[in-house]
Design a protein around this ligand. Sequence first.
Ligand SMILES: Cc1ncc(COP(=O)(O)O)c(C=O)c1O
Length: 359
Amino acid sequence: MEDSWKDKISTPALLVYYDIMKENIEKMAKFAKENNVKLRPHVKTHKCPIIGKMQLEAGAKGICVARVGEAEVFAENGFNDILIANEVVNLTQIKRLVELNKTSLVRVCVDSEQNVLDLNKIASKNGVNLEILIEVDIGLGRNGVKPGEPALKLANLILKQPNLKLVGLQGYEGHLTSVIDPELRKTQTEECLRLLVDTRDLLNNNGFDIKYLTASNTVTYKFSAKYNGITELQPGTYIFNDEHYYRVSPEFDIGATVLGTVTNNPGKRLYTVDAGLKATTNDNGNPTFKNYPKCKIRVMTEEHSIFRTGPKDNFKIGQRVELYPSHICTTVNLYDFFTIIKNNEIFDKWEILARGKNY
Ligand SMILES: Cc1ncc(COP(=O)(O)O)c(C=O)c1O
């Protein structure tokens, strides 16, 4: 049987198709190079040092992580240019961040005066200098100081801190991930990035010398790369893509699926698969079926999903099915390892070492 390798896998399992992932890595790296912009992939999508190394080998300058726990895992595995593209406010986490900076470069974003003071205090207690970026809220409304004067005020406070060095600005236009129309997405991306570049200009007109501007994601990278002033892209999801993002960025094939086994046939055209909410998240909608576009999930519970088939689809108990997760980043965080598929065979198992390291 062509796909007999699937029967050897204990389900539910997270599959990664090596060739698709590699092509996605190379596509983004080539794009960044051609557009003369640095690439710093966000590894929160895969949390796997083996994959992070493939991204560096393809030309990425360093990596982004979201959490100190992730930074620790990647630093232990040889990564020494890490940006925590997020704020670290918790004092115990600041201590760990400072500790990490004794051996690796781990930059962090700030967006509040209290956080600046705390970072400086703990850094100076430990004789460490920290490089930091101001995160500017360019529209998402989640993190970041407001553009313009509030950012300048924070920059002036940082200037007074002997153990902190302001090296750049971060903006994240994450609220544009569902804007399907490319023209609208381009206009809206540019409106966001203008806030970041204008803030840089304000700071530089007031004595700063900021050149490093980092932004973007899998659905805005094309426009961000061409926006004058942006020096670095930080996309994450492109590496595997998922059902949700594929609608907006179809240039990246979906390279990760969840393999499940059909366990029951509770009604006419209704089947149960052993992949529920502990196997694939549904925060961006229910997963869909690879090769069976007419199958639709009706209910997801912890261990199972119940789905209705198309009129011509036939399933047997024990049959393997593959699901496309709607949000691959939260799905990856559920697994200990990827099963890597290459040349239609099981190639390897790669540990997701930073899985669960969200603290
Ligand atoms: C600050 C930041 N930068 C970059 C990314 C990467 O975005 P994406 O996975 O959509 O490419 C994220 C995603 O959550 C993010 O929070």
